[in-house]
Write a protein that binds this ligand. Structure first.
Ligand code: HPA
Length: 267
């Protein structure tokens, strides 16, 4: 694994002209942020040795390197989900590579179903903590030397970045909820009983990503921030469709982009 990470990171360093310290995972609600990245180089995942290739409809698969918010940034347009069949090592491989090329801050977005009854479709939720309900742990197996065997997860989502994010939301008149993100394997959305169970467990939102990447980023010592777009809410009892999830995520794009651009400016 170490050899593979080194091969991919050496290749990337040779093929990019910048040395970003900030990486963004452009999940649902942030795809268009990639258009705002200036002077960019775009590298399809399929060109990167060792990189898995993204499959799911509506998720591109490319790295974008350029300028945003006055900084060099590296953006992942399209992520690898466990439900697509990738082993956890592949889901989180990009994070290992990012660490190896010098990334110290990871910003992520995702779509999630709201289990907090106060949430509305289209709300943004700052992820202040998570509950890992995925069936396999990304750090299972021999410990890689970029972090401890038993990593602390007290500040998995950086209180410092969270404070900055709240301020930015306030300054830009963006309503920003906060809560606990529960990560499941998917690909089914939850049954009404499961949404109720996750609520009882303390979740404000449920989704199928982010948790593995945040765990590995913490293992590598990165500072992390994440925001969910609430694309559906459980208490209505209505059916959940991928189309409505995409629509709500699209409508959140301008607000999400503002927050991400502005937080990068402060880093
Ligand atoms: N559950 C899991 N993942 C999701 C949901 C949901 O309700 N909405 C968007 N992604």
């Amino acid at each position: 694994m170490l050899e593979k990470i080194k091969q991919t990171s050496d290749w990337l360093i040779q093929h990019i002209n910048r040395r970003p310290r900030v990486a963004i995972i452009l999940g649902s609600g942030l795809g268009k942020l990639s258009d705002e990245i200036e002077a960019r180089e775009v590298i399809p995942y399929s060109d990167i040795p060792g990189f898995p290739v993204s499959t799911v409809e509506g998720h591109a698969g490319e790295l974008i390197i350029g300028r945003l918010g006055g900084q060099d940034v590296l953006a992942m347009n399209g992520r690898f989900h466990f439900y697509e069949g990738y082993p956890m090592q592949d889901v989180t491989f990009p994070i290992r590579v990012f660490h190896a090329i010098g990334i110290t801050t990871l910003l992520v977005s995702n779509a999630a179903g709201g289990t907090n009854p106060a949430f509305h479709i289209g709300d943004l939720m700052l992820i202040i903590d998570h509950i890992n309900m995925m069936p396999e742990h990304p750090l299972r197996g021999r410990n890689l030397p970029m972090g401890p065997r038993f990593p602390d997860m007290t500040h998995a989502y950086s209180p410092r970045l969270n404070r900055k994010t709240r301020e930015i939301a306030l300054d830009n008149d963006i309503l920003l909820r906060e809560g606990i993100y529960l990560g499941t394997q998917g690909p089914t959305y939850e049954t009404p009983a499961e949404y109720r169970m996750f609520r009882l467990l303390g979740a404000d939102a449920v989704g199928m990503s982010t948790v593995p990447e945040i765990i590995v980023a913490n293992h590598c010592g990165m500072e992390c921030m994440g925001i969910s777009v609430i694309t559906n809410v459980s208490q209505t009892g209505n059916k959940v469709t991928h189309d409505e999830v995409k629509l709500a995520a699209d409508q959140a794009q301008p607000r999400m982009s503002t927050i991400f651009r502005e937080i990068i400016r402060t880093l």
